[in-house]
Design a protein around this ligand. Sequence first.
Ligand code: MSP
Length: 534
Amino acid sequence: MSASSESSARPAYITTPIYYVNDRPHIGSAYTTTLCDVWARAMRLDGRDVFFLTGTDEHGQKVEKSAKDRGMTPQALADENSAEFRKLLGPFNLSNDDFIRTTEPRHESQVQAFVSRLLASGDIYLGEFNGWYDEGQEEYITELRAKELEYKSPISGKPLVRATEKNYYFRLSAYQSKLEAFFAANPGFVRPAGRFNEVLGRLRDGLQDVPVTRTNFTWGIPMPNAPEHVIYVWIDALFNYATALGLGDDKGALAKDRAKYWPPEYHVIGKEILWFHAVIWPAMLMALGLPMPKCVYAHSFWIRNGQKMSKSLGNFVDLPTIETFFTKYGVDAWRWYMATQGPLGTQDADFSDKHFHEIYTAQLVNTFANCASRTSSMIEKYFGGAMPEAETASMPVSGAAGAPSWSAFTEATAKKTLAHYEAFELAEAADAALSIVRAVDLLINETAPFKLAKDPANLPQVARILAACAEGVRTAAVLLSPIMPAKCEEVLAAYGSGGVGSGGMVAAARWGGLKPGTRIAKCAPFMRTDPPAA
Ligand code: MSP
């Protein structure tokens, strides 16, 4: 079916960071990708032409070293760990449109093409770097830090030496005022706002040119004009957002139909990699004459029982741990917790088994599932499982004075939910959609159809109440489906509705989708489970 309007058919591009292959997937990477998936699904439901990209970042010294330690080639290590990230997509129900790997020829050739363009324009130049060097660590140390360390290596204790290295540099300093002007004109470019302020603060210290090549290792994309230099992993990685669409391919063979997706609506990232995305990447795009992304959304971190997750503490919520949650609560409960309780703001969020269980029980079992289950059971009991015939569109949602009609309330709620999804306010979108479920619950509690049904004379009234409840459940399931695709499908199937519908999110949720006589099967999408051991 075609989309509801011209504007809702607009292309929509969203990206995750590409994940390092020297690490295994864990809650952090799964979190960012899940957020993007929710947004991608919401926009698809609204009829947008979505391109959702994720992938792996495979070059650099760390990968080269890990591979050496394990007695394998860097490519073999990259293949092995990239596959781990790819394996995650199915079980988490992630609907990405492509998975880019920085060791793929399509990426490498375009990075070289982009870099050649920047060399030609003078934005990349050969320069000499002179600084304090830790020979044991093969690492340059800033003047400030060298002073703090009393000019000695923090690892070996040996004196730092002055070293000189010829490197290629990106002329970031030339973009200071252009970036300032762009940021001033686009106050929503970095979100949340608190993170934007951090960037602006650091920008005031002034920008220096950044090295874009290395010569002390080889696992990277060779500099096109000087293959003894490899392109610095961060520069290589940032280009993925453009190479996946084929934008660096001068011949156009790789572009397919993807150029239309540029610029991205959201680059979703964690807070620790904001500078690269908010400053270096936009400057590179300016140098290349490519339009700016609309928003860099930098979320905060999941922590574990109040502590930062780290390898040394061994407290990572890793894939095996996540699988125990899938087994106990199901993947959609996991997605719900990620989307509604995660660190989308400037504060880190604590992941605790107890809190997970509380949210699951309160919002999914006692609210969403209970409502779907109560309504379907009563329709089964009083109407033989068929959607009752009754006029409900003009029925007030509650007995409160001035309460809107069901059709007006759900239409306004669908619009509100869509606006929240669009703005990447996923917890607010979830809450708006769930407000329909709460209204259905209130209606049942206020009118007690199970009591009314004892007198056959009341059946027309019971029919009207339950028809409104059923349509409310359907509407909520449509709006919640980007977060919980499988469970919402299940509810919609039980409610005899052929999927989420089309024509845009608001149209799919429009009152009156369930026709009288439609078979409504009993369903209970989330079951009560035991609390975790304390
Ligand atoms: N390869 C770079 C990104 C290049 S993008 C052009 C990188 N990779 S990473 O594997 O370290 O992934 C970092 C991302 O993982 C973070 O930006 C964030 O999205 C996610 N997370 C890692 N740990 C996290 C938490 N504890 N909590 C939430 N997300 C975090 O950096």
